[in-house]
Design a protein around this ligand. Structure first.
Ligand code: NOJ
Length: 540
């Protein structure tokens, strides 16, 4: 019997970076009213849920990933009423809302930290991680901050250092303190009671650190990367992935399970895929992110291996997810597309939407937005500020949504907080909505096909071996429905002998919305450069 359709499992999740989606008050920063304005658009795409990057009040040292109050909405995005309206309006359209919870660290502007640094006797002092200076007065150990320098910041009047894995404006919370733990778990209940459907947990496997504060050992080998970013020159065995986290993950899940059909996905950070998997399961998180697929080089074999590995790791008990884009990663169009052609973005989406797992899409990828490139003076991201020019940071993939050919792509009537990509007069939603061969039309068609076919959104996956290194072939099956997917990663036209018996039982279900698409003749399949074919067989 086919399992009940679950929105987070069989559906698709669309990530919005709220600062960059739609501004409605002319301050150059997107807001919740802007998201509400486009709910029909999002519904029309055919997705099931929206993941909103953080919307809690934040001084924006790390653009929302430094939270100053976990219980309300940042005024630049709106207020609690706006959020409630967004949730209600989304629900009316069968769209679920996933909030980003940043609970590993807070902002240094949070009242708790302001109190914590007043004195060692302050009731909030122990809410953060403090250590005495080393005997020579230096930092307590060798832990580094991901965003540059030591992870320890000295507070003179206390003669103590506090720990921060990211910027010094993001002090880590002390999850070993039971008060912190229960307060943080209450944050889940607070938003669940407001009707939120799910959470994305920011760097959750960083909640705990080694209680003996041992030095991390060095990572072997030399590279420029390690020289520039000393964080990468260590093996992160004591500052992350501590065993205490398993129990917390189980606590979180039991809270989620008190509410119907809720979902929690974790951003595992500095963990192997196998470690990431340990946090997922029937009593743990519903899902986790892993960069194996996202970071694989553009090749049929590399993707085949990444998919096979991630799929097998999940087995029957868990459900994988797949993404190419998010607010931390250069857009896949900028990494892989050649020029303005949509051929590669279409091929990659076909793969992402036809493997077994929940696809995560990132705002703007449906129109093929490319990263912007900024001079140093315009860089906003702390990573870019710190590591320029070796790493220009993450602003590139956070540029405003391109709605139309109007001023600032219709994103704002003011000065956008980041420049809009210059191509917006050509590449925008309005133009693509009017063109049946557009990338946007392709996204909608493929999403609708995935939705309509249980083999694609729920079925088992089996990779099929082929002698052609540029082809990736797999079968999906659910009940009687079998679907075969063939993807051509080469820029050559290719003919593939279909690995199927009884080819006359198979038909071409979809090959894209270009003029030239894959053709099936007997059991030969002719694929254009970067072409693909989705075939379907139904047993009588
Ligand atoms: C991971 C988030 O995705 C990233 O944007 C942020 O900078 C760090 N966590 C710190 O919260």
């Amino acid at each position: 019997m086919t399992e009940k359709r679950l929105w987070w499992k069989h559906g698709i999740i669309y990530q919005i970076y709220p600062r960059s989606f739609q501004d409605t008050n002319g301050d150059g920063i997107g807001d919740l009213a802007g998201v509400i304005q486009h709910l029909d658009y999002i519904q029309d795409l055919g997705v099931d849920a929206i993941w909103l990057s953080p919307i809690n009040p934040s001084p924006d040292v790390d653009f929302g990933y430094d939270v100053a109050d976990y219980h309300t909405i940042d005024p630049k995005f709106g207020n609690l009423q706006d959020f409630e309206r967004l949730t209600q309006e989304a629900h009316k359209r069968n769209l679920h809302i996933i909030m980003d919870l940043v609970l590993s660290h807070s902002s240094d502007q949070h009242r708790w930290f302001q109190e914590a640094q007043k004195s060692v006797d302050n009731p909030y002092h122990n809410w953060y991680i403090w250590r005495d200076p080393a005997p020579d007065g230096g930092v307590p150990n060798n832990w580094m901050a991901m965003f540059g320098g030591s992870a320890w910041e000295y507070v003179e009047h206390l003669n103590k250092y506090y720990y921060h894995m990211f910027t010094k404006g993001q002090p880590d919370l002390n999850w070993h303190n039971p008060e912190v733990r229960s307060t943080m778990l209450d944050v889940f209940r607070y938003w669940l009671d407001k009707g939120v459907d799910g959470f994305r947990l920011d760097v959750f496997n960083n909640y705990f650190q080694d209680q003996q504060f041992r030095d991390n050992p060095p990572e072997a080998g030399f590279s420029l990367r390690k020289l520039v970013r000393k964080f990468e020159a260590q093996k992160h065995i004591y500052d992350t992935n501590q065993p205490e986290m398993i129990e917390v993950v189980e606590d979180i899940r039991s809270i989620m399970d008190c509410y119907p059909e809720r979902y929690v996905v974790g951003e595992t950070f500095l963990a192997s895929s196998a470690q990431a998997r340990t946090f997922i399961g029937p009593n743990r998180l519903h899902a986790g992110f892993d960069y194996g697929f996202c970071n694989a080089p553009f090749s049929a074999q590399a993707y085949g291996q990444a998919i096979q590995y991630w799929d097998a790791l999940h087995g029957k008990d868990a459900w994988p997810n797949y993404f190419f884009n998010n607010h931390d990663t250069p857009r896949s169009t900028s990494r892989f597309a050649r020029g303005d052609s949509d051929a590669i973005p279409k091929l990659l989406l076909t793969m992402q939407l036809t493997v077994r797992g929940t696809p995560y899409l990132y705002y703007g990828e449906e129109i093929g937005i490319r990263d912007i490139s900024l001079p140093r003076s315009l860089i906003q991201d702390p990573v870019g500020k710190q590591y320029w020019p070796f790493n220009k940071g993450r602003d590139g993939c956070r540029s405003p949504m391109q709605w139309s050919a109007r001023e600032n792509a219709g994103f704002t009537s003011g000065e956008p907080w980041l420049p809009v990509n210059k191509d917006y007069r050509v590449r925008n939603v309005e133009a693509q909505a009017a063109s049946p061969a557009s990338l946007l039309a392709f996204y909608k068609e493929l999403i609708a096909i995935r939705r309509a076919h249980p083999a694609l959104n729920a079925g088992a996956l089996e990779l099929i071996s082929t002698d052609d290194d540029d082809l990736l072939i797999y079968q999906r099956q659910e009940g009687d429905e079998k679907i075969l997917v063939v993807l051509n990663f080469s820029r050559q036209i290719t003919t593939c002998q279909l690995p199927i018996e009884n080819f006359n039982k198979w038909e071409l279900l979809y090959a894209g919305n270009e003029a030239i698409t894959s053709q099936m003749t007997e059991n030969d399949l002719n694929l254009p450069a970067y072409g693909f074919a989705i075939l379907i067989s139904r047993s009588e």
